[in-house]
Structures are given as structure tokens and as C-alpha cells.
Design a protein around this ligand. Sequence first.
Ligand SMILES: Nc1ncnc2c1ncn2[C@@H]1O[C@H](COP(=O)(O)OP(=O)(O)OP(=O)(O)O)[C@@H](O)[C@H]1O
Ligand SMILES: [Mg+2]
Length: 230
Amino acid sequence: MAARLQAARGAELVKIISVVCQKGGAGKTTIATNLAVLAEQAGYPTVLLDLDPQATAAKWGDKRRGSPPDVVAAQAGRLVRLLEDARKQGAGVAIIDTAPSADAAALEATKAADLVLVPCQPSDFDLGAVGSTVRVAEQIAGKQSWVVMNAVPPTSKITEEAIAALTEVGVRVAPARLVRRLDFVNGLPAGQSAIEWNPKSKAAGEVVELWQWASQQVGMPAHHLDDVRE
Ligand SMILES: Nc1ncnc2c1ncn2[C@@H]1O[C@H](COP(=O)(O)OP(=O)(O)OP(=O)(O)O)[C@@H](O)[C@H]1O
Ligand SMILES: [Mg+2]
């Protein structure tokens, strides 16, 4: 890890993207893993910190047999130290995946973040959970967050209705969304993200769009210079 990260030049600032939502199964790990691969492909040495005791992202990382990004099972108490280590080693991006909980770990991840993403499926169950996650981010961690609509049907007005309901109560919704697609799932046994499993798929196009928007939000070019790659 250290050698690869230290190979990067001019990447002394780590941009931190945290993915939080107290609702289980909203898509935190899907978004965290896909964004981590895209950040790496864009030329930013990337570390994915998995704060979830279920260790879903860490187990996905194990299946990658050393292929970047680095995936680290972490605890909230060590988050500041791990982010500092990543910064010293030249990481460009840190993505933090969290457990389905509004616990201290999710709060630490939110506080540390340059960008807080809150996945949400277009169902009433998710909309309620998202509201409290967004409020905790804003009122306790002092962070604005963005909802990312995930696993939406390819065509249905329920997504637009969900977005309208969120927007009406002042919740910000990211312009990029992920449709419910098998290309997000089929590569998982091999530890692959959508873009690795099927680069020409609609799923890959959707996460690229999400990465492009997210990287713009944190003020970094979506495509970094090729010469920072190994
Ligand atoms: N856009 C999508 N299309 C198809 N399947 C999806 C999509 N997003 C998530 N899934 C699947 O839904 C399930 C839950 O997603 P994921 O594990 O990313 O959610 P999570 O919020 O991390 O869950 P947890 O709260 O348990 O950590 C997984 O099986 C995942 O593969
Ligand atoms: Mg998860």
C-alpha cells in the first residue's frame, strides 16, 4: 500500500467522501466500492475505510487479491489516525463506508468528510431513515449531505416523487442516480465493481456519472493526470 501511495505526486490533500445511512441495505457499500474503484481509475491513489463491523467492503476487498483501491477494516476510534496516515502516504481520495446506524462511527465519518453521501431507495421506509440521517449530519456534525437515489426502477414515477418529497423538506438530492441493475451485483463474487464487471453497461455509466459529480463537489478533476499512476 505505502509504495503505491507514495508513488503519487502532488496528492498531499486527501479528499474524504463518507457514505452514511442508518437504514440497512440502502446501498452504502455499493456506492463506496464503486466510487473507490473509479477514484483509483481516475488516477487518485485511494483508500476505502470500512467502519462497518459487518466488514462487507473489507471482504469485497479481500477478493480483489491486492488490486487497488486499498481496503481497510477500521474502527471509528482510529479514523483520524488512519486518514492522517493515508494523507502522509500520498492518498488522493479516502472513501468511508459505514454501518447501518446513526452511531458514533457514522458521526465520526460524517465529521471527517468533505462530501457526505446518503444512499436512499425510493420507498417510504428509506425516505424516513434518510431524513434523520441528513438531520444528524447537519445538526450534530455540522455537515450538509447529499442523498443519492439508489436501486431505483428504470422507469417509474416513484423516483421523481421521492425526489420531490425530499426536496420539499430541504434535502439535497444528487443529480446522478443508480438504477437497480444486475451489473452492480454480478461482479461481487469476484470482488469487482460495475465498471470492472461490465465496462460498457448502464450501471457503469451511472457510477461514472456519480463519480464525475462527486469529484466536482470536492473540487478535484474527475480525471487526474496519468503521470500520478504507477
Ligand atoms: N443499484 C443497485 N442495483 C442492484 N442491486 C443493488 C444496488 N444497490 C445495492 N444493491 C444490492 O442491494 C444489497 C444492499 O446493498 P449494499 O450492501 O450496498 O447496502 P448497504 O447500505 O451497504 O447495506 P448495510 O446497511 O447492510 O451495510 C446488496 O445485495 C447489493 O448488491
Ligand atoms: Mg454496507
